[in-house]
Ligand binder design. Structure first.
Ligand code: NI
Length: 368
């Protein structure tokens, strides 16, 4: 029995040792697998790269904050925006106000009617001279011994110099109407100055006479501009108090009636010598005015009469007491010898200078 027991034990021992060997071998095969070892190597490699990447964005970050800084600054002034506009608004009106006081400093720089004692009027022709129509006007005025004033465009003066010479030799007056019908209220002083110089040079070149009067196209421009023109060029800005609206072509008889019936002593009548219908009315206008006892003179003659009428009292004052009656009567006329910029000034220069009939007519015809 003992031998059997020992043999069994021996077998058990042998089997147990064999099972141990079998169990070890599978473990040994798993251990050599590369999975565990590379995993340990990758882990440290990744953090190394991650450390490098964060360094770059760190450099970019400082740039972003720089951009954010200015973005923050504008946001702060935004709430202040309502404040600056309030400051700018009062500044702009202040400048025009500064110009305004200059208006009364140049009395006589802008005229629309002249206060005179005689029955004299000035018939004025704008936008010419017209090669075909203006000669007819000159014929009519010469026939009735009437004088007129022609506010010519510089470009037309240049192309019709003979007509300007005829005007001057016939006793008419030549005035400036800018080179090409410039709207003075829409141009700088520099532009206006250059335009008037060019126009005057064309007029002088044509007829040898420097214009003493200037009519702004559309009647545009304020009293400050008129003062400047007077100082710079010595020219009086001449508007009108009788507008025939002839450019609308209301009919020859209507134009005649408006001119003749609207006139009063010292009136300045506006027509255009570039419209046939107007030229057809000129003879009726001249005859009608003369029939009313008016004498047709140039604008400068009209203004001189106004001034002379105002100056009469001055030399008389030192005289004897019998004469004071004369100056006392004339004195009230002294402050307003020349009607400067009354109704028509505001109407033409301020109230829609662009919608002014004079301007529209001129624009359409100036192209001709
Ligand atoms: Ni005009």
């Amino acid at each position: 029995m003992k031998a059997r027991v020992l043999s069994h034990l021996a077998v058990v021992l042998i089997l147990s040792s064999c099972s141990t060997v079998k169990e070890i071998s599978p473990e040994g095969e798993q251990q050599p697998g590369p999975v565990t070892q590379p995993a340990a190597k990758l882990t440290p490699a990744i953090p190394a790269e991650k450390l490098t990447k964060p360094t770059k964005p760190a450099v970019v970050l400082p740039k972003k904050p720089v951009e954010k800084v200015p973005a923050v600054v504008p946001t702060e002034p935004v709430p202040n925006v309502p404040v600056p506009p309030k400051v700018e608004i009062p500044e702009k009106p202040v400048k025009p106000v500064v110009d305004t006081p200059a208006k009364p400093q140049m009395p006589g720089s802008r005229v629309s009617r002249v206060s005179v004692s005689d029955k004299v009027v000035a018939l004025t022709f704008d936008d010419g001279p017209h090669g075909g129509l203006t000669p007819r006007v000159l014929d009519i005025l010469g026939r009735y011994n009437a004088k007129g004033t022609f506010f010519v465009l510089g470009k037309n003066a240049k192309s019709n110099p003979a007509l300007l010479r005829r005007m001057v030799s016939s006793g008419h007056e030549v005035g400036s109407h800018t080179w090409n019908h410039m709207n003075m209220s829409r141009n700088s002083r520099g532009m206006i100055e250059a335009d008037l110089i060019r126009t005057n040079e064309a007029i002088v070149s044509a007829c040898g006479v420097t214009p003493r009067v200037m009519r702004p196209p559309y009647g545009a421009g304020n009293a400050s501009l008129a003062s400047w023109v007077k100082e710079r060029f010595g020219s009086t800005t001449v508007l009108w108090d009788v507008d025939t609206n002839d450019w609308r072509k209301p009919g020859v008889q209507t134009v005649i009636n408006r001119a003749v019936n609207g006139a009063r002593p010292g009136s300045i009548i506006l027509v255009h010598d570039i419209h046939k219908s107007t030229v057809d009315a000129v003879e009726g206008i001249v005859k009608g005015l003369q029939a009313r006892g008016f004498r047709l003179v140039t604008v400068s003659e009209l203004m001189n009469k106004g001034r002379s009428y105002a100056r009469k009292p001055a030399p008389v004052i030192p005289a004897t007491p019998a004469i004071p009656a004369i100056p006392s009567v004339s004195e009230p006329e002294v402050p307003a010898p020349v009607s400067i910029e009354p109704n028509p000034v505001d109407n033409t220069a301020t109230v829609g200078a662009d919608s002014s009939p004079e301007g529209e007519a001129d624009q359409s015809d100036s192209a001709i």
